[in-house]
Write a protein that binds this ligand. Structure first.
Ligand code: TRP
Length: 336
């Protein structure tokens, strides 16, 4: 049976954290290992520039950081093709072609874009750039250039895939059945909250544990995690439902351990410090093999380059074939 092509990606604007791990990376590794798919992961540097155009150095630096994060969690370049978005010029070409098939009003209504614009007032002021408003079009080009069939996403990315599907249908209805319509597969994992209890874990919020954090950094961060505010002394009865330490225990500790921790907390028998120490130990046990893998690649940057060069070449080949079909359908194949 033919393997289903998956296309996913991340904006390289910072190293990846445990929220990314539980939200998407873990699932990507699982899908990779199932052998049922042909997965591609793109490092979306062009998309990252849409809201970081004034900071190219940040984007450049994080391309390799993000790739090392992928490798450290077990993305295997023999099974998953990793490539750099800006190195596929066909994606930029497709974006221009697709831009005729999308209205400005439709882009402005995209809930994901709308939320992001509201969050980026500092950058955009009263008027958003053409590039940022149009990034869903570029993302549609990412997916269709590779004939992606499946796009595993979190809730927040659903409107982007819906927009891509609309573009595909419009294209095919005008120029003929050329593009593959992708399907969003919603990740079952929910978004991981930050150490401070914020709904979102993120760099700008300063509440994230990074996959590449050292043991000391993890220990320090866990000590700062928000616990039940009503519990002041150890023998106060605690409420693990409002404690971030208990929340992370559920992700990193065994069921047995979670049960004991919560029971002892409710009974006022376990102090927060002991509870945090145990959590930090378990997080470190999960991250340690990742740190080892990361170190291996950090010491061999030429290997990372080689993976990216090979992956990009492979992705480019497919994109070129798509472009040929697209140009023929759009009557742009002048000298063929
Ligand atoms: N929008 C995604 C993000 O912000 C990154 C991305 C770019 C992507 N192109 C993609 C995801 C194609 C899936 C498919 O993280």
């Amino acid at each position: 049976m033919e393997k289903k092509r998956i296309v996913t990606g991340d904006r390289p604007t910072g190293r990846l954290h445990i929220g990314h791990y539980f939200g998407s990376l873990k699932n990507r590794v699982k899908m990779q290992e199932s052998g049922e798919y042909d997965p591609y992961i793109l490092v979306a540097d062009v998309q990252a520039l849409t809201d970081n155009f004034n900071n190219p150095e940040k984007v450049r630096k994080n391309v390799r950081e993000v790739v090392m994060d992928y490798l450290s969690v077990g993305i295997d370049p023999e099974k998953t093709t990793i490539y750099i978005q800006s190195m596929i010029p066909e994606v930029a070409e497709l974006t221009v072609f697709y831009s005729n098939l999308v209205t400005i009003a439709r882009l402005e209504r995209n809930p994901t874009v709308k939320t992001e614009i509201a969050q980026k007032r500092d950058l955009f002021g009263e008027s958003v750039t053409y590039g940022f408003l149009g990034y869903p079009v570029s993302q549609a080009a990412d997916i269709t250039a590779l004939e992606g069939k499946i796009v595993p996403v979190g809730e927040d990315q659903l409107p982007l895939i819906e927009q891509c599907r609309e573009i595909v249908r419009k294209f095919n209805s005008i120029y003929g059945e050329v593009l593959v319509e992708p399907e969003a597969v919603l990740s079952k994992e929910k978004r991981i909250k930050g150490l401070d209890g914020n709904e979102k874990m993120g760099k700008s919020l300063g509440n994230a544990i990074y996959l590449s954090d050292s043991e000391e950094e993890v220990n320090k961060k866990v000590m700062s995690a928000v616990t039940d505010p009503n519990r002041i002394k150890k023998d106060d009865l605690g409420n693990p439902d409002v404690c971030m330490v208990a929340y992370y225990h559920k992700l990193f500790s065994s069921e047995e351990e979670c049960k004991t921790v919560c029971e002892e907390c409710r009974a006022g028998k376990r102090g927060c410090v002991a509870c945090k120490k145990q959590l930090a130990k378990n997080i470190n046990a999960t991250l340690e093999p990742m740190r080892q893998k990361r170190k291996y690649y950090e010491e061999r940057p030429e290997l990372v380059d080689e993976i990216l060069i090979k992956g990009t070449e492979k992705a480019r080949q497919t994109a070129k074939e798509t472009m040929k079909k697209v140009k023929k359908a759009m009557k742009l194949d002048y000298f063929e």
